[in-house]
Design a protein around this ligand. Structure first.
Ligand SMILES: [Zn+2]
Ligand SMILES: [Zn+2]
Length: 372
């Protein structure tokens, strides 16, 4: 099998096309163990959190085969897997929820304790890492998926079976971008018809949040990004107003008076989270979706919580229940209510993955898909 492996981090600001931090190489092809499935990857897509692993701001054990958003077909099933069959069309999910920990029992599989543990160590839910170089060196799995590859062995819990006829180029984006952005609006904030929403950061997750806010019937959807090339796309996704951070206060005042009901922070910046708290009305909620640097600290006026009823909510993987939400969101796409195709910028061979990192860092692409 072939996969893209990160051996050492390369700081942000470097030309990844020159530095080639991801090495596309042959690995020994593992077979699924009990509770696992082998998946032939059709497309994987490059997400900002892959970039954060490459530049070291999201610390992961190396070497690691990266990639966590993908679609494919089941190629083989391990012992005890009875509800997934060879040939099934599957979206990969980056939290292999165990079903029995405290979070899973509470109906919050995105926060699975066991998944957080194995994702942190680069192992799989049902056993230690399987990936090896031909020389026998262990390669860690990225979030139980490692999808920048032509093949992956993953836990049964890392796949959601979808309809056969959904195009791969659409389905590829549901496992991270769509699930995270949609879930932040529909699950975490539970936006209601007629409410106002502002979305800060118009990457694939932010644009998915814009689509979700429009779908939920928000009366105003204000989309903010310093990169003005994202603004037209946000309008197509359902934004009612677009602007740069300098425009945010004016646009919000025009559309929502003293603040929006919900502000979605999809940048991963403590400073932007703090500004979002100023942009929500009394009783409003800020949803923190982007992943700030682990050393970043947040300083905000403390009175606005008890004094104005404001809420600051964290949302990991959109508080999703993937088995419920991926088919639900695909249904919205099928009904023409969720124009996910707008997120797909282009498709390239896996050999060009490092150049893809540069394009993503520069904000030139929303979702670039890769084919091994
Ligand atoms: Zn992602
Ligand atoms: Zn669990």
């Amino acid at each position: 099998m072939r996969a893209a492996v990160l051996y050492s981090t390369v700081p942000a600001g470097t030309s990844y096309g020159k530095a080639q931090p991801l090495v596309v190489q042959e690995l020994s092809r593992p077979e699924p163990r009990a509770g696992e499935v082998g998946v032939t990857i059709a497309y994987s897509s490059l997400c900002h959190s892959d970039l954060s692993v490459v530049d070291g701001s999201r610390v992961r054990p190396l070497p690691m085969a990266l990639g966590h958003e993908a679609v494919g077909r089941v190629a083989s099933v391990g012992e005890g897997v009875t509800d997934v069959s060879v040939g099934d069309h599957v979206v990969l999910v980056f939290v292999p929820s165990c079903g029995s920990c405290r979070a899973c029992r509470a109906g919050r599989p995105a926060l699975c304790h066991r998944a957080a543990e194995v994702n942190g160590s680069g192992d799989l839910l049902h056993g230690e890492a399987l990936l090896r170089t031909p020389e026998g060196e262990r390669i860690n799995h990225h979030l139980g998926v490692s999808a920048f590859a032509d093949y992956a062995v993953v836990a049964r819990e890392s796949v959601v079976v979808i309809d056969d006829d959904v195009p791969d180029t659409i389905a590829a984006m549901f496992g991270c971008a769509v699930l995270t952005g949609m879930g932040a609006v529909l699950n975490t904030a539970a936006v209601q018809p007629g409410q106002s929403v502002a979305v800060f950061g118009l990457g694939a997750v932010g644009l998915s949040a814009v689509m979700a806010a429009a779908l939920a019937g928000a009366s105003a959807v204000i989309a903010i990004d310093p990169n003005t090339s994202k603004h037209g796309l946000a309008l197509k996704c359902g934004a009612t107003a677009v602007g740069t951070p300098d425009d945010a206060a004016r646009l919000i005042a025009e559309a929502a008076g003293d603040g929006v009901d919900t502000a979605i922070e999809a940048v991963g910046s403590a400073r932007v989270i703090a500004s979002c708290l100023e942009h929500v009305t009394r009783g409003g909620a800020v949803v923190s979706v982007g992943l700030p640097h682990p050393t970043a600290e947040l300083t905000v006026p403390a009175l606005q919580f008890a004094g104005a009823g404001k809420r600051l909510l964290g949302s990991y993987m959109g508080d999703a229940v993937p088995n419920r939400d991926i088919p639900l969101y695909l249904g919205y796409w099928r009904e023409g209510r969720l124009p996910v195709e707008l997120l797909h910028t282009d498709t390239r061979p896996l050999a060009e993955i490092n150049e893809g990192l540069d394009a993503l860092a520069a904000g030139q692409v929303v979702r670039r898909l890769f084919q091994a």
